[in-house]
Design a protein around this ligand. Structure first.
Ligand code: PGA
Length: 252
C-alpha cells in the first residue's frame, strides 16, 4: 500500500514575520521540484500571511499550530478555522503535547478542535504520544490507542482522508532523545491497528502516520524507512533550511 510521505515543520513559538520570510526564501530553492512528498510548514499565527504569500506557486504548504473549536465568539486570544482558511492555511496541528501540557488541552477539546477544523476544510495533523513514565510502565500502546479513539470520536471515515496522525513520544520532543526506528514503527503500527478497528483496514492502510520527536537530518532516513512511518513532524530541525531539506530528501 503506497502512502504519500508528509514532511511537516512545526516552528512552535519561533520566527518573527521578517525571520519567517527569510527562512522560507532560503528553503524554497532547496526543496524546489522535490515532489516525492508533501511539504508543510506550520508557523505561528502572526507569520501566516507572510508564509502564505512567500510560498505562493511553490511546493510548500502552510499550516497553523492550533485552532479553536468555536466558529466565533467570546474567546479572547483564540483563532477560528474559518479565519485560517480565509488566510490560505491548509493544515493545522491539533493536540500537540505542549498544548496539552502547558495549556490544559484535553482529549475532549482536541476532539472538538479536530471536528471544527475538518468541517472548515482544513487538513489536521493530530498529535498523540506517551510520556516517559507511561513508556516505562509498559502502557504506551494503551495510551496512544486511547488518545486516538477519544481525539477522533465522531470523525467519519470520509473525513479521515484529511487527518494525519503524528505519533510524538513526549519524552523525545526537543530532548535529542529519538525513539528508535523500531519503537517508532511499532507504535505507529499500534495507531494503525486502532484505526483499523475504528474505520476498517482500508482507511487504516490509507492513513498517514508521522513520527515526531527529535527527528533530524541524521536520523530521518532510518525512521522514514520503516513500514508504518509515513513522514515526520519536525520541530527544531525545521528551523534550519539545510537540515529540513535533508529530511525532505530522505522522503523522496
Ligand atoms: P522536535 O519537536 O523535533 O524539536 O523534537 C517535534 C515536535 O514537537 O513536533
Amino acid at each position: 500500500m503506497a502512502r504519500r510521505y508528509v514532511i511537516a515543520g512545526n516552528w512552535k513559538m519561533n520566527k518573527t514575520p521578517a525571520e519567517a520570510k527569510a527562512l522560507i526564501e532560503e528553503l524554497k530553492p532547496m526543496v524546489a521540484g522535490k515532489n516525492g512528498c508533501d511539504i508543510v510548514i506550520c508557523v505561528p499565527y502572526v507569520d501566516i500571511c507572510t508564509a502564505v504569500e512567500a510560498t505562493k506557486g511553490t511546493n510548500i504548504k502552510v499550516g497553523a499550530e492550533n485552532v479553536h473549536f468555536a466558529e466565533s465568539g467570546a474567546y479572547t486570544g483564540e483563532i477560528s478555522a474559518k479565519m485560517l482558511t480565509e488566510c490560505g492555511v491548509e493544515y493545522v496541528i491539533i493536540g500537540h503535547s505542549e498544548r496539552r501540557q502547558y495549556f490544559a488541552e484535553t482529549d475532549e477539546t482536541v476532539n472538538l478542535r479536530t471536528k471544527a477544523a475538518l468541517a472548515a476544510g482544513l487538513k489536521v495533523i493530530l498529535c498523540v504520544g506517551e510520556v516517559k513514565e507511561q513508556r516505562l510502565s509498559g502502557i504506551t500502546d494503551e495510551v496512544v490507542s486511547m488518545q486516538t479513539k477519544l481525539d477522533l470520536a465522531d470523525v467519519s471515515a470520509e473525513d479521515m482522508k484529511n487527518v494525519i496522525i503524528a505519533y510524538e513520544p513526549v519524552w523525545a520532543i526537543g530532548t535529542g532523545l529519538t525513539a528508535t526506528p523500531e519503537q517508532a514503527d511499532e507504535t505507529c503500527g499500534v495507531i494503525r491497528a486502532t484505526l483499523a478497528k475504528m474505520y476498517g483496514q482500508d482507511v487504516a492502510d490509507a492513513s498517514i502516520i508521522q513520527y515526531g520527536g527529535s527527528m533530524n537530518a541524521k536520523n530521518a532516513a532510518e525512521l522514514l524507512a520503516k513500514e508504518n512511518v509515513d513522514g515526520g513532524l519536525i520541530g527544531g530541525a525545521s528551523l534550519k533550511a539545510p537540515d529540513f531539506t535533508v529530511i525532505v530528501d530522505a522522503a523522496q
